[in-house]
Design a protein around this ligand. Structure first.
Ligand code: GZL
Length: 309
């Protein structure tokens, strides 16, 4: 239809910046800080108005933040969901307000996947598989049963569930590898240290030969606990971690961590591009996976200068 009289209340969207409400789950780890910085910098670069809140790893605070975005009638809502379930209700509230939702970093489970436009994040199952494959190869000359300790991330979070699944399912074909101790450390350095101290309170014969930490911060906390009992991390206990932060590379250069599986936090540019596509009315793939690798001690020194987080 031809518009005859110009309706001045309709602002041309080309000039009005997009307003993006982002519920960040917390500030628990080095990875999270890098993720937050990436989102902030990319929003500035894309001239997108960003309203970001920190839920301090509390799902209820994420619900409150999302409701505040709905009240402010933002153009788009982005969520990094702290845990996998419990999101149907709030996503339906966003849909009722006709506000599109992007899921980033961690994925969530809903029956109706039309409740969000796309999920931008890593394949955590693959990260667990990479960690397990490295360990099986690294321990090939060590005969007999191998005792593994696992530091889980935030309970019920997708990265922790799927990293554990990927790691463990690889071992079904290698029965001499046994996960003899497993505790959550909530992705924090202090959580990793406390859990490792509990592992080391067992009789010395039960101490692990390998530690699989679901993120670098917990691995770094565990290293402190291992050194406290006079063991050498990276040789008395082989350590495999996930994230790929500069801090972990520095520990690899010192020989304390043996391999780090990369989990890329620099999602900002992808998120802002997705926001622009949505506002321009274009459709997006349901799943956008960030590229990532695994790095071992031998390569750490050379890769260190390339690390951006
Ligand atoms: C993974 C991310 C995890 C990191 C942790 O995408 O959700 O949360 O592995 C962070 O370091 O705390």
């Amino acid at each position: 239809s031809v518009v005859t009289d110009y309706d001045s209340s309709i602002q041309p969207t080309a000039t009005k910046p997009i307003v993006l409400g982002f519920s960040q789950l917390g500030s628990e780890s080095t990875w999270r800080e890098a993720n937050t910085t990436s989102i902030k910098e990319a929003a500035k670069e894309a001239n997108i108005t960003l309203i970001m809140t920190n839920a301090e790893q509390d799902q209820k605070k994420q619900f409150e933040a999302i409701r505040s975005f709905i009240r402010r009638d933002v153009d788009i809502i982005a969520i990094a969901p702290v845990v996998q379930t419990g999101w149907e209700g709030i996503l339906k509230e966003a849909r009722a307000a006709d506000i599109p939702v992007i899921i980033i970093d961690r994925s969530l489970h809903v029956n109706d996947s039309s409740l969000y436009v796309t999920f931008i994040g890593s394949n955590f199952y693959e990260e667990g598989v990479k960690a397990s494959k490295y360990m099986i190869d690294r321990m090939r000359h060590q005969p007999g049963k191998i005792r593994i300790a696992e530091l889980q991330g935030t309970v019920s979070s997708t990265p922790s569930i799927n990293r554990g699944l990927g790691f463990w399912q690889m071992l079904e074909a290698h029965p001499r590898f046994q996960i003899t101790q497993s505790k959550p450390g909530n992705f924090t350095q202090s959580g990793g240290k406390q859990a490792m101290q509990e592992f080391l309170r067992q009789p010395r014969k039960d101490w692990p030969q390998v530690l699989f930490a679901h993120n670098d911060d917990m691995a770094i906390g565990a290293i402190e606990a291992i050194q406290e009992v006079g063991l050498k991390p990276g040789s008395d206990i082989i350590i495999i971690s996930v994230d790929g932060t500069r801090r972990a590379f520095e520990q690899m250069v010192q020989g304390h961590i043996n391999a780090v599986v990369e989990c890329n936090p620099l999602l900002g540019p992808l998120v802002m591009q997705a926001a622009k596509e949505i506002m321009a009315g274009r459709t997006l793939p349901k799943r956008m996976i960030t590229p990532e690798d695994i790095f071992t001690q031998e390569l750490a020194a050379r890769e260190l200068e390339n690390r951006k987080y």
